[in-house]
Write a protein that binds this ligand. Structure first.
Ligand SMILES: [Zn+2]
Length: 223
């Protein structure tokens, strides 16, 4: 039986990781396991783990490892991503999570861990230049504003910069990301599973680079 690849996609906020993970999921017919979405869905469904995770997120804290694993395990129990392949997006976030994941996936090991690399100054411009409609959530960029004086083209609402999109706030998040992620990259490099893909450029070009790496490194895609 042909199976899909088992992937982890690492990347800074603003690197386009979510978009590319969704495209990989579609291309290979594999599950897109985005932990942010999983936490929100679990919270909305009112599961005990979901409600607890929501409390941490509302305080701006990281969700603790045990809770993350519980929620991811629930997702993996549902539809068989272990057998059919998956792309993890937003997880693991710490070296400890990476080690636990490696142990948990013993019989279905990861094929490839991709670091989607975009320089800090580029994501900083993307994120700090972002403006959002207060009413409908449509996003703009200072380089592509709405037609009239920061009035939303879609709904006429006010278009503003969110507090957590200021340059200072974005830089703080990016620094935290680096602190957490350098040890993860190190861990997977030592296992021989890491590949770095240039994430700068048009979405289609970046996707083509990702696919080339997956098809070169994950062969044959069979159980
Ligand atoms: Zn709007």
């Amino acid at each position: 039986m042909i199976r899909g690849p088992r992937l982890v996609l690492l990347g800074k906020q603003g690197a386009g990781k979510g978009t590319q993970a969704a495209r990989l999921s579609e291309r290979y017919g594999i599950a897109h396991v985005a932990t942010g979405d999983l936490f929100r869905a679990a919270a909305a469904a009112g599961t005990p783990a979901g409600i607890e995770a929501e409390r941490y997120m509302n305080r701006g804290d990281l969700v603790p490892d045990n809770l993350v694993f519980q929620i991811v395990a629930e997702r993996f129990a549902e539809g068989g991503p272990l057998e059919h392949g998956f792309v993890l997006d937003g997880f693991p976030r710490t070296r400890r999570q990476a080690e636990k994941l490696e142990a948990a996936l013993e019989t279905h090991p990861l094929d490839l861990v991709i670091n989607l690399d975009v320089p800090t100054e580029i994501v900083l411009d993307r994120l700090a230049g972002r403006r959002v409609c207060e009413s409908c959530g449509t996003t703009y960029h200072v380089s592509a504003p709405p037609k009239n004086d920061w009035i939303c083209d879609v709904c006429g609402g006010r278009v503003v910069q969110r507090e957590d999109d200021t340059e200072e706030a974005v830089l703080r998040r990016l620094e935290l990301y680096d602190e957490e992620t350098v040890p993860i990259i190190d861990f997977y490099r030592k296992l021989g599973k890491l590949v770095v893909v240039d994430g700068v450029g048009e979405s289609d070009d970046v996707f083509a680079r990702l696919v080339a790496q997956v098809e070169q490194r994950v062969q044959p895609l069979q159980t």
